[in-house]
Design a protein around this ligand. Structure first.
Ligand code: GUN
Length: 296
């Protein structure tokens, strides 16, 4: 070998962790079945957005493989808001359904907030209801959003102590950016939020021990944004012109610098679905999870 040692990142495989967790869940579901409880998830898909359909199909498939009963409600893009609200109200009353998920985004004539607020907080397995978000903020038990929960578990699977670590989050969505920062704060990390209006982004990301990237633009984060040895979590899923998938992180470059990195596909995505299964299982058990939950 000549001269410089190139640091190659270790891969944090969401696919592998998700598979291990789902195997454990299968046993739990088997135990519940003996008590005549079959976890049930209702998935509502409005319109025919291909990406939403792909996500919903993946969720339904994962339910089937794990032993969770799932029902898909497909509705046309021009469904009225009040029709959607009455479907949710009906599902709120249905004893065989423990979790309700409305795939987002919704058509623009429907208020997403109104729809999310209609879902009973006890069945809100996405963790999007303002009551569950509020509980997360003050450390009370409630459903936690799936992608942030999956990210925390990915990092913890590498036995990394989060106390005092500088976590930089790029992206401030209600689904990923904002809640993931809260979960890391709960783990005693120091959290910095960045977004499209952040000045001198590169200077901030280079200080990150853990960098969470949820921007939605392919390969936008290259090696110049990364501190040597950092943990890089790529939430982006972008379709390239050749049909392949890429994250928001330039994997080839960044994996030369980072200590750990999640791939796309096979990183965060499988964990998001696994946390949905886990939340549905907990809903069926009638047990609420919270920020104090032990991540196993
Ligand atoms: N759209 C993109 N991600 C999600 C998600 O995690 N849940 C729902 N319901 N819709 C989404």
């Amino acid at each position: 070998m000549r001269g410089e040692i190139i640091l190659k990142a270790k891969i944090i495989s969401g696919k592998s962790l998700a598979s291990d967790l789902r195997e454990k869940m299968k046993n739990d579901i088997e135990e519940l079945r003996k008590k005549e409880i079959i976890p049930g998830l209702a998935v509502i898909l409005v319109g025919d957005d291909p990406a939403s359909r792909t996500y919903v199909n993946a969720k339904i498939r994962a339910c089937k493989e794990t032993g969770i009963h799932s029902v898909i409600y497909e509705r046309p893009a021009d469904i009225r808001e009040d029709e959607l609200i009455s479907l949710i109200n009906q599902l709120n009353q249905e004893d065989t359904i423990h979790g309700i998920l409305v795939q987002l985004p919704l058509p623009s004539h429907i208020s997403e907030l109104k729809i999310i607020e209609t879902i009973s907080p006890e069945k809100d397995v996405d963790g999007f209801h303002p009551i569950n978000i509020g509980k997360m903020m003050i450390g009370q038990t409630g459903f936690l959003p799936c992608t942030p929960l999956g990210i925390i578990q990915l990092v913890k699977s590498k036995n990394i102590d989060l106390t005092g670590k500088h976590v930089v989050v790029i992206g401030r969505s209600n689904i990923v950016g904002k809640p993931v920062g809260q979960l890391f704060l709960k783990e005693n990390a120091t959290v910095t939020y960045c977004h499209s209006k952040t000045k001198d982004l590169i200077n901030i990301t280079r200080q990150a021990d853990i960098l969470i990237v949820a921007i939605g633009k392919a390969k936008i984060i290259n090696k110049d944004y990364i501190k040597k040895g950092a943990i890089v979590i790529d939430v982006g899923v972008n379709r390239l012109s050749d049909g392949s998938l890429s994250g928001d992180v330039d994997f080839e470059q960044v994996s030369q610098i980072a200590g750990y990195i999640t791939p796309v596909p096979g990183g965060v995505g499988p964990m998001t679905i696994t946390m949905l299964l886990s939340n549905t299982l907990l809903a069926a058990k009638g047990k609420k999870i919270g920020c104090s939950r032990e991540f196993d």
